[in-house]
Structure formats: C-alpha cells, structure tokens
Design a protein around this ligand. Sequence first.
Ligand code: GLP
Length: 242
Amino acid sequence: MELVILDSAEDIAQRAADVVEDLLRTKPDAVLGTATGSSPLPLYDELVRRYEAGRISFKDVTGFMLDEYVGLPADHPERYSAFMETHLRSRIDMAPGALHGPDALSDDLEAACRDYEAQMARAGYCDLQILGIGTDGHIGFNEPGGALDSVTHVGVLAEQTRRDNARFFDGDLDAVPTHCLTQGLSTIMRARRLLLIATGENKAQAVAHLVDGEVSAQWPATVMQNHPDALVLVDPQAASLL
Ligand code: GLP
C-alpha cells in the first residue's frame, strides 16, 4: 500500500484525477468504482474540468457505486444514486444507465445484493475503485465487526456513521437511514487498483489504523494492506496521528 501525504484537498484531487486520466488513456472502456461522501467531491470536480477541456471521455466507461441507503424514497436527494448523478454522471459524457448501484428500492434486498455482485462479476469487477473512509474506518458501508471476506450485502449502519452523516439530513439523526446495501470487502478488494482519499483531522484515527494497524474487521479499511495496488492520498490533518 502506498501512502502519499499532499498539502491540500486540491492537490489530492489533482493526483487522484491523474490516476483516473492514466487509466482512461490506456483503457477507455474501463470499469470505475465510485464513492460518495464529501472526500471525493474535489476529484469529481477536477474530472469534470478535464472532461470539459477535452482531456478525457467517459463515454465507454461503466461505473459501479459502492453502496446505497435503504429506506429513502426514490426521489430523495440523499440517495447515493442521486448524489452520483448530480456530482458526476450528469456532468460528463458517461451514458445514462452506465453508472450502476445496488437496488435498495427492491422488495427483496438479499436478491438485489446477489444481482449486484453478479453484475459486477460479469463486468469483470472494477479497474479502479475510488474510496473514502468513515471515521470508524469503514469503506463502502462495511462497518466494524463485519466479515473481511464479505460480498455485497445488507448492512446495519453504525451509530457513529449515522451521527457523521446526519449533517446531510439537516442534522436530524432520526432521518438518517439505519440500513444500507454495500459492496463487501472482498468485492472492493477485487478491483485491480484502489484509490482512497482522506482529508481532515476527523479521519486521523481511521487513517492511523489503516496505515499502521493490524488487519482487522474492527477497522475494515485495513484489508487494503493486503491489496497489491492500493494508493492512499491524505492531507496533513488526516495524517496527523501517523
Ligand atoms: C459514507 C460512505 C462512504 C464514505 C464515507 C465518508 O459513509 N458510505 O463510502 O467514504 O461516507 O464520507 P465523507 O467523505 O463525507 O467523510
């Protein structure tokens, strides 16, 4: 696992966008794994700028989202499918329908998870998976205490995660869903390359475990230590406990 400490979120966005651009130059029909949360937003803005400048195209790219809330109505703006549509898909030339997510509106969530894993398998899994990290060390929505070899599954959100994400629901903890669908840790690990972005002091403890801790389900992101090609980009605040 390679760790790079950069001065600012903007520098991280540039470096991360270079990784995506290099991939799309060598493989225009790449399979890209996308993450939600605030951490990748500067990267998405930079990808849009490079698309607008004619440097990259996503027209043949297939995307797979990491996770989705369960229990939000189809038109809710905080659904991760809406988030990705707003912040990335609608701003680039990725085909409508080319960015997939687990179907959290399904009547049969277990079947929706199986279908999503099978869909990713058919696509050959991701060439590059973009990741953020939760303050409790989750990636996707793989919360502490789960299985290190999990595939796409229904998950229960940790109290800490619900508190962290209440800011997207007008600070109303009761409005934050309790369940989610998420790629499992082994699904994520099947990506040929992992790119994790962490910024800010509130990520420092999770980053310290990610980099220096033992691989453990208590800090799910630590599985990345076992990946042959993982890049971790952090700012000085997120690196402050290293
Ligand atoms: C959510 C997502 C994660 C993301 C995390 C961090 O919980 N499921 O994929 O990494 O948020 O969010 P932020 O980048 O806003 O701190």
